[in-house]
Design a protein around this ligand. Structure first.
Ligand code: NAP
Length: 332
């Protein structure tokens, strides 16, 4: 079935150029619904949910991602709280900060920007996030739920790479889907989600021999390696649909992992970078925040207050000082 495709036909793709799978319009539609839903949440519970974003040190791609998330928070009426930690923070120091966010009833969701500095063990950090606030699905509980096919918080980027296909009307079921990258936040969960959609999934990584041999077999190719220009047009079969998850800063530009110029004459559809998976990731992340905030509020309605030291939220809503119940923990 090599060359089978969705969107434009192979010849059409070569003549007319590929279909661009833009995440922006899909994200705008999701944000539109979220703006209404967050307004209803504020009306019902008397406070806006807060997303806490923990950043350790400055890392260029992370900083880009982070700015986008905080901008999206503003757009939908959510309080985004940036928690900056210095690059030399100890693992204990970072976990203490995360514990405080876990226990802060004003905080509904927590994300910790990756990659972490080498001296911080990833395991310590992912274990320390309350799974009920783990809206980017990195806690072992949520990762386990995903691998078992149950409902938990999904890693938003992996989810976005699949959603962009589904919402663009691209059939996954039965297709040969190749994923480049096996990280816990993108490649691996994307592969699991694509299997859930009944794709026939192959996962490639840095030890894969002859990458092109596998990529040429793909009807759908998801690229999440963090290597600019890793995939070129000659590694693709005509008509393949490509989702480029990579975000790389090259000079003063953001580029993906796919060499767009050489790929555009071969693919039937491709996500642009920027403007593809990224915007959708942020919108999905905020939909997870809404779910987390709603679950927490329903579980413990009196938590609908802000921390005493943060009496006024970004939305300008004055919160009454009530006793702070501790954050509900998900079942172990
Ligand atoms: P990561 O943790 O560094 O993982 C990269 C993966 O790619 C690893 O599995 C690695 O293999 C594999 N890889 C690296 N070089 C390769 C090569 N030459 N050939 C084949 N496989 C190779 O990165 P990540 O966190 O998954 O992120 C991947 C990309 O997505 C980055 O560019 C990141 O900035 C971007 N990203 C985008 C969004 C968004 O919203 N669009 C969000 C998050 C991340 P090994 O396992 O063998 O090392």
């Amino acid at each position: 079935m090599r060359g089978d495709r969705d969107g434009a036909g192979a010849a059409g793709a070569a003549l007319a150029g590929p279909r661009l799978l833009a995440g922006g319009p899909i994200a705008a539609e999701i944000r539109f619904g979220l703006t209404r839903d967050f307004a209803a949440f504020r009306e019902r519970w008397g406070y806006p949910p807060t997303l806490a974003v923990v950043l350790v040190g400055a890392d260029a791609p992370s900083a880009v991602y982070l700015r986008q998330i905080l901008r999206t928070c503003e757009k939908v009426g959510v309080h985004g709280r940036l928690v900056e930690m210095s690059l030399d923070v100890t693992p204990d120091g970072l976990c203490e900060e995360i514990d405080m966010l876990n226990d802060d009833p004003g905080v509904s969701g927590i994300i910790v920007q990756m990659p972490l500095p080498a001296h911080i063990p990833l395991r310590t950090v992912i274990d320390s996030i309350d799974p009920a606030k783990d809206i980017d699905g990195i806690h072992p509980r949520n990762a386990g739920l995903l691998s078992l096919g149950f409902d938990g918080f999904l890693p938003a980027t992996a989810q976005a790479s699949v959603e962009i296909l589904k919402r663009s009307g691209i059939e996954i079921s039965g297709k040969r889907v190749v994923v480049i990258g096996r990280s816990n936040v993108v490649g691996k969960p994307a592969a699991l989600l694509l299997m859930r959609e009944h794709g026939t999934v192959t996962v490639l990584h840095s030890r894969t021999r002859d990458l092109a041999n596998h990529t040429r077999d793909a009807e759908i190719l998801i690229v999440a390696a963090g290597k600019p220009g890793l995939v070129t047009g000659e590694m693709l079969s005509p008509g393949v649909v490509v989702v480029d998850v990579g975000i790389n800063v090259v000079g003063d530009k953001l580029v993906g992992d796919v060499d767009f110029e050489s790929a555009r004459g071969v693919v039937s559809a491709i996500t642009p970078v920027p403007g593809g998976v990224g915007p959708l990731t942020n919108a999905l992340l905020l939909s997870h925040l809404l779910r987390a905030a709603t679950d927490q509020a329903e579980l413990s309605p009196r938590r609908a207050v802000q921390s005493p030291d943060r009496g006024t939220t970004d939305a300008g809503i004055r919160m009454s000082a009530q006793p702070m119940p501790s954050s509900p923990k998900a079942a172990p």
